[in-house]
Design a protein around this ligand. Structure first.
Ligand code: SER
Length: 595
């Protein structure tokens, strides 16, 4: 039986045998992309290249990529939903197209040399066509030519067979591959269209030849690209004939660690089993987020907030299993052990992961105590209520002010023979959620990887700023983070003290001088070693491919970077530093604008 580690290796090996360069997966925290909190799909780091930037490793690429998606966090606990998953991918950047993509997918799945799946258990879908693009007869014909029976091909509409990473950006029709999860053999005529529940999607081949500019405008991309993604956990599950990912070797050892600390035997009670699955999923995600080279710590904003929620929810479900002490480091150690092969950063950051988990757990346990204390203070008044109903507003206040979960408020109330007005609570909660969702929607407004002219200028300005800081403050200045929106740039760098007024003025002047010189910006692809040899700056903690792109700005700066950049610095306008402040210990942060 194939394991997930074997599936990952075979996939990469197969595509290497088809002349794909293996590139390394990227950080979970997207660099220079303020529109999303996490890398949410295998193709996400590839967006600039799908839009037309040349990739230093060539036109055929393959990788495995860790991803985090927390949109459906409340559904985690069932058999299938995960907040952290791996995607196997292969890409053609204007090289091969439908014919090779489909034929290779089929070969990988069915050839005895590779996965050796029974072709009778495979079916596919293709795009049925609409006002944006024609019915994909071409893909259907390719499928038939390699042996896919006609009745295993379903033509489905855009809701099924059109893939886009976000509201704007690269997109196109796809052909999806499904594996039979019903009993015996699929009957004649069965496919995803006629029998949707018994076919499980395992692979998605997107033919990305369009770019959505806005709601009304769809344009052709400069090249016909292929973007495929195979969900590692899901595919492992069906290949092993299991019905849930929690039954595979990806999760069993994590579950065993939870059983050991809680004394609860998985499989004895449906409600507690759900808690075990929630803990297993959340601890795995938290470990990957904390273990990322650009890992964040729990906080009240952005990615740090998502991390905090994952940890707290896991702790809460631990209490349901009767665990009162911090325990997450035990299953987390198993995650590190099992995934450090493909993700060595987990081992590198072992101490950080375990310490942060335990600190956050302790903090949350204190929160819980505080909430219980507040509840007790409210109690005399509550008991005066003859209906024995605690108002939902009060329950929400406990949640909102102390982070005290509603389930625990209900538990405490019921111990006093009371119940909580849940409807009122839900109403208050919903109002709160709508407010924060309005914030989250803002985050997606620009689509993925904003390549507008303005952001491109900020990319180039960031390189100038980086170099200017080094020249003014000294060679210890190293980039610690960068974030660009259409309104400003934000740059974090290592430096031990606040910058003086004079230093700030010098940096600003040095950048503006380079703008005034109207220096050319050029790009060369070279080996990473060469890039180092010519003194190109490279980013902290990033993994690089063997070949990298080096952007040179006149005689002023050389930096390894994915791009894009403007052609001449004269296009930038006037550079102005708005703010310089502390970011964290030993790290300063600058906000700057182009005017
Ligand atoms: N973009 C597609 C997906 O995420 C294939 O990589 O499913």
């Amino acid at each position: 039986m194939i394991t997930s580690h074997e599936l990952r290796s075979k996939y990469i090996e197969f595509f290497k045998s088809k002349d794909h360069a293996e590139i390394s997966g990227k950080s979970l925290i997207p660099e220079n992309d303020p529109t999303v909190l996490f890398t949410t799909a295998g193709m996400h780091p590839l967006v600039p290249y799908l839009l037309g930037e040349p990739h230093p490793a060539g036109k055929r690429l393959t990788d495995y990529q860790k991803c985090v998606r927390t949109g459906d966090i409340d559904e985690v606990g069932d058999a299938a939903h995960l907040t952290c998953f791996e995607m196997l991918g292969n890409w053609s950047l204007g090289d091969y197209f439908k014919k090779e993509s489909i034929a290779w997918s089929y070969e990988f799945l069915t050839s005895p040399r590779w996965l050796a799946l029974d072709p009778r258990l495979i079916s596919v879908t293709v795009f049925a066509g609409d006002e944006n693009a024609p019915r994909d007869e071409e893909s259907a014909a390719i499928w038939k030519s390699i042996g896919m029976p006609e009745d295993r091909i379903a033509y489905l509409p855009a809701s099924d067979n059109w893939w886009a990473a976000g509201p704007t950006g690269p997109c196109g029709p796809d052909t999806e591959i499904f594996y039979w999860v019903g009993e015996g053999l699929p009957p004649p005529g069965s496919n995803k269209g006629t029998d949707p529940k018994r076919w499980m999607e395992i692979w998605n081949n997107v033919f990305m030849e369009y770019n959505r500019i806005d709601e009304k405008t769809l344009v052709k991309l400069p090249a016909q690209n292929v973007d495929t993604g195979m969900g590692l956990e899901r595919t492992t599950t069906v290949l092993q004939g299991k019905t849930s990912v929690y039954e595979t070797e990806i999760f069993r050892p994590i579950i065993a660690a939870i059983e050991a600390v809680s004394g609860y035997a998985y499989g004895s009670d449906a409600e507690r089993d759900r808690s075990v699955r929630i803990i297993a999923d959340h601890v795995r995600s938290a470990t990957f987020i904390l273990g990322d080279p650009k890992g964040v710590l729990p906080s009240n904003v952005g990615a740090g907030y998502v991390l905090r929620r994952l940890i707290r929810r896991a702790v809460r479900h631990g209490r349901k299993l009767g665990v009162a002490e911090p325990f997450l480091t035990k299953p987390a150690a198993v995650v590190i052990e099992n995934f450090k092969g493909p993700y060595p950063e987990l081992e590198d950051n072992r101490a950080k992961i375990l310490e942060a988990l335990e600190a956050e757990e302790r903090k949350f346990l204190e929160t819980l105590e505080k909430g219980e204390h507040e509840f007790e203070k409210m109690l005399p008044n509550l008991l005066k209520n003859p209906d024995r109903v605690m108002s939902g507003r009060l329950a929400f206040k406990l949640y909102d002010t102390y982070g005290f979960p509603i389930e625990l408020t209900e538990e405490l109330a019921s111990e006093q023979g009371m119940r909580v007005n849940r409807e009122e609570y839900e109403a208050a909660f919903k109002k709160h959620q709508e407010l924060s969702r309005a914030g989250a929607d803002q985050l997606f407004k620009g689509g993925l990887a904003d390549h507008s002219e303005v952001s491109t200028k900020y990319h180039t300005a960031t390189h100038l700023l980086h170099e200017a800081l080094k020249r003014v403050l000294g060679p210890h200045v190293a980039q610690k983070g960068s974030n660009i929106t259409t309104e400003r740039l934000r740059f974090d760098f290592a430096h031990g003290a606040p910058m003086t007024k004079e230093e700030l003025a010098q940096v600003e002047a040095l950048v503006n001088e380079q703008i005034a010189r109207d220096l050319p910006v050029t790009m060369t692809i070279m080996k990473l070693e060469e890039a180092k040899a010519v003194g190109a700056r490279a980013l902290f903690g990033e993994k690089y491919e063997e070949n990298v792109k080096v952007y040179t700005i006149g005689d002023f700066s050389k930096e390894v970077c994915g791009g894009p950049h403007v052609e001449r610095t004269g296009l930038l306008g006037t550079f102005r530093i708005q703010k310089e402040q502390s970011s964290s210990a030993g790290v300063r942060r600058i906000y700057a604008v182009l005017e």
